[in-house]
Design a protein around this ligand. Structure first.
Ligand code: ADP
Length: 226
């Protein structure tokens, strides 16, 4: 049986900057188990790079990233896009909502891309808005929401395709502590409801460490400290 979870095997990531290089990840070896793992480390230590590789938004320079035993780098570009659309949800610190679309269309967007019927999309979005505590908000626009509400919408959108991997990059960074706490509570509730999901959260927010810190790894200068 294939190994469950997300496996980084001898992963190195080098960025070229003109004639010089930045070593963003240096021989990272780790097996992320289903459930939540908190990724810590100072700014510039490689957290976003690691998340990008986990979500197949980029390829390692060396080494392999495997999800449930399947190597992501052996996929074609088309397969990677498909994999992201169907298996991965992303939550960012600045929400990444589309300002000209109402919440129904923002959240349904990944389903439209997959060719799902309008009726299916409406049903799913209504259900998700309820789950994130925004029942009846379908026709609102992002500008009509608070920061915490926007992040709830972003979380609803990230879950729309029932991902097996949820990636959150500093999800509370732009929120006050009370709102940040409510977002963490929501993530924990969702995780209980989707026990097979693997949630990878990069943060250096103390609130996040207190709430989600059971399994954590620390990056420093591109190296993983255990
Ligand atoms: P963190 O998320 O922990 O702040 P990053 O993964 O963003 O760290 O960055 C790790 C290192 O790689 C930093 O030195 C950063 O400047 C560099 N880096 C990140 N992205 C790029 C890029 N696209 N091109 C060149 N260097 C990059």
């Amino acid at each position: 049986m294939a190994m469950r979870g997300l496996e980084f095997s001898h992963v190195t990531k080098r960025y070229s900057l003109g004639s010089s290089h930045v070593l963003a990840l240096d021989e990272v070896n780790h097996h992320f188990q289903p459930g939540v793992t908190l990724l810590r480390g100072p700014s510039g230590s490689g957290k976003s790079t690691l998340l990008h590789l986990a979500g197949a938004l980029d390829d390692p320079t060396q080494g392999q990233v495997l999800f449930h035993g399947h190597s992501l780098s052996s996929l074609s570009e088309k397969e990677k896009t498909q994999w992201r659309r169907t298996q991965v949800g992303f939550v960012f610190q600045d929400f990444h909502l589309l300002g000209q679309l109402n919440l129904m269309d923002n959240i349904a967007y990944p389903l439209h891309q997959r060719g799902r019927s309008a009726k299916d999309c409406r049903t799913r979005v209504t259900e998700l808005l309820k789950q994130v505590g925004l029942m009846g908000y379908e026709r609102r626009f992002p500008r009509e929401l608070s920061g915490g509400e926007r992040q709830r919408v972003a979380i609803a959108r990230s879950l729309v395709a029932c991902p097996k991997l949820l990636i959150a990059d500093e999800p509370t960074a732009n929120l006050d502590s009370k709102t940040g706490q409510s977002i963490l509570d929501l993530l924990l509730t969702l995780l209980e409801q989707h026990s097979e999901m693997l949630l990878l959260v990069a943060s250096h927010d103390q609130l996040v460490m207190d709430a989600l810190g059971a399994q954590q790894v620390q990056l420093q200068d591109g190296r993983l400290l255990s």
